[in-house]
Ligand binder design. Structure first.
Ligand SMILES: NC(=O)c1ccc[n+]([C@@H]2O[C@H](COP(=O)([O-])OP(=O)(O)OC[C@H]3O[C@@H](n4cnc5c(N)ncnc54)[C@H](O)[C@@H]3O)[C@@H](O)[C@H]2O)c1
Ligand SMILES: O=c1ccn([C@@H]2O[C@H](COP(=O)(O)OP(=O)(O)O[C@H]3O[C@H](CO)[C@@H](O)[C@H](O)[C@H]3O)[C@@H](O)[C@H]2O)c(=O)[nH]1
Length: 475
């Protein structure tokens, strides 16, 4: 059932339900206040809901209660402070308080790649759902938002059944999340669709009420937010299918970059040209260092692992290739660096000892401080392993990067990083790097050589300023 909103007709399938707390709108909690949960909690308060965010990380909760957003996400600080002051939002490490507060509890904990293989680690889902269920004393709806292997919602339902008395009637639903870091506030307030997996009319009604603020905002802006109401399995699959598609699109253009490198073509012009075809579209066709972050890489691996378990592994074999194409871009940057520095590659890769390399960018993309599986940081580590002295600068990711890869040298500014460098690698396309003046930077370096790992620099400008320029998939 697909229900466009606002609908010209009443929505008969969605019954109005009274929240178990008796409040006019459901009171909502978010378990896990990381990149997903903190953003959601704050934006839902902005939509007018009464919200409680819960986490086991006391530092994070203390920061949030003090009006400090623990991550870098544009626009979130102001919304946090405004809604704390308005009294609609608070954060807690008390699970009993959380259980007592909410009508709808959203599970937003991490589902990282398992250390022992490709599948998803569901231990945080299990721990959060179990402790919540054990503390519930009235009917509520538990909604999974974390990205999970298909079948998890059924398992969560059993878990809830095991830990709550049947007469409470606690129900489970799944509503995957599609927000992009860096655009998260707008993505939560103005999503391009809402997908819910439900088993009962009551759950459907509660979830509708829990999303009504989003629909109302859309109506005031003369927009529609499509609502897809479906079963558990489809809801879970929609999420990983979307990420698999996005990853495939990026690897497709990076595969074309590889061919351009062999044939002497320019992938940026190729991408622009195919993107004019509306069936292809020009978004997510940016060739470069490839995809990283806490979602696409781990999600395509977990999807393959789950499909394998279900006997459908063949269907997703191409995702293995998508992953390999993506990872090859990292070694390509290493190779370009060695070429520019005139170093030959042996069987163990190039020897870059005695060189000094500036790495601009550490986060997995601009406008975030997130360095989880960041291609930029992975390349910085490869350059370091090859013997180079690596000096890194990132506008927002320094603290996380230092924690993740402490062996690199971290600098306080772009100019500090490039000073005396034999080579500059631009690996995350922050505006500060895109708009850097190649003439001024040229005065600081030891050698005017640049690898543009994101094809984000104006190659003509840099070449005119005397730089030897190499992009990915470009002649
Ligand atoms: N980051 C994104 O942009 C994004 C977008 C869509 C979906 N997702 C999915 O959302 C989920 C969360 O991702 P994230 O990036 O926010 O992760 P994160 O690591 O930033 O946040 C997870 C939070 O859960 C907390 N936590 C761990 N155990 C807990 C427990 N038992 N009870 C309560 N809290 C607990 C952690 O302390 C942490 O603050 C993942 O499944 C991810 O795939 C993330
Ligand atoms: O044309 C492109 C677009 C993106 N990327 C890279 O792809 C990665 C992922 O980018 P993006 O998708 O913008 O970041 P995320 O915030 O990880 O968002 C993805 O992962 C989230 C978590 O599942 C989903 O909710 C989002 O819909 C999905 O876009 C980054 O490293 C980008 O540099 C490219 O290399 N080329």
């Amino acid at each position: 059932m697909t229900i466009p909103y606002p609908n010209t007709q009443p929505v008969p399938a969605i019954a109005a339900v009274t929240p178990p707390s008796g409040a006019a709108r459901p009171r909502v909690t978010f378990l896990g206040t990381g990149y997903l949960g903190a953003t959601y909690a704050i934006c839902y308060a902005e939509l007018g809901y009464e919200v409680l965010g819960y986490d086991v990380d006391a530092d994070k909760i203390a920061k949030l209660n003090a009006g400090e957003v623990p991550i870098h996400e544009p626009g979130l600080d102001e919304l946090l402070r405004r809604n704390l002051t308005a009294g609609r939002l608070r954060f807690s490490t008390d699970i009993q308080e959380t259980a007592d507060f909410g009508d709808v509890h959203f599970i937003c904990v991490g589902t990282p790649q398992r250390a022992d293989g490709m599948g998803a680690d569901l231990s945080y889902v299990e721990a959060s759902v179990t402790s919540l269920a054990q503390h519930l004393t009235r009917k509520a709806l538990i909604v999974g938002k974390s990205t999970v292997p298909v079948g998890t919602a059924e398992w969560v339902e059993q878990l809830v059944g095991k830990h709550t008395p049947t007469d409470l009637g606690v129900e489970v639903a799944w509503s995957p999340e599609f927000l992009q870091e860096g655009f998260a506030v707008d993505d939560v307030l103005r999503p391009n669709r809402i997908v819910v997996g439900v088993k009962s009319e009551w759950a459907n009604g509660m979830l509708y009420a829990a999303h009504k603020g989003v629909f109302d905002l859309a109506a005031t802006e003369d927009r529609e937010v499509p609502l897809v109401v479906t079963d558990f399995a489809t809801a879970e699959l929609v999420k990983v299918a979307a990420n698999a598609f996005l990853a495939t699109k990026i690897s497709f253009i990076n595969a074309m970059a590889e061919v351009c490198e062999a044939a002497g073509g320019d992938v940026t012009q190729l991408a622009r040209s195919i993107g004019y075809d509306p069936r292809i579209g020009n978004r997510f066709l940016q060739a470069g260092l490839g995809f990283g972050g806490a979602c696409l890489p781990k999600d395509i691996r977990a999807f393959q692992a789950r499909a394998q378990e279900l006997g459908a592994g063949e269907a997703l074999r191409f995702l293995h290739e998508v992953d390999l194409i993506n990872l090859r871009r990292r070694t390509r940057v290493l190779q370009l660096a060695a070429d520019l520095l005139g170093r030959r590659s042996g069987p163990a890769g190039p020897d870059l000892s005695g060189t000094r390399i500036a790495v601009l960018g550490a986060t997995f993309k601009p406008n975030t401080d997130d360095v989880r599986d960041a291609p930029a940081l992975a390349v910085a580590a490869l350059l370091d392993k090859a013997g180079a002295e690596v000096h890194v600068f990132d506008p927002q990711g320094m603290e996380n990067a230092r924690r993740a890869v402490p062996e690199l040298t971290y600098e306080a500014s772009m100019t500090d990083a490039v000073r005396d460098a034999d080579l500059v690698c631009v690996l995350t396309e922050w505006a500060e790097f895109r708009n850097a003046d190649p003439v001024a930077l040229g005065e600081l370096v030891n050698g005017r050589k640049v690898v543009d790992g994101r094809n984000c620099l104006d190659s003509t400008l840099w070449t005119q300023a005397g730089w030897e320029y190499r992009g990915l998939g470009r002649p």
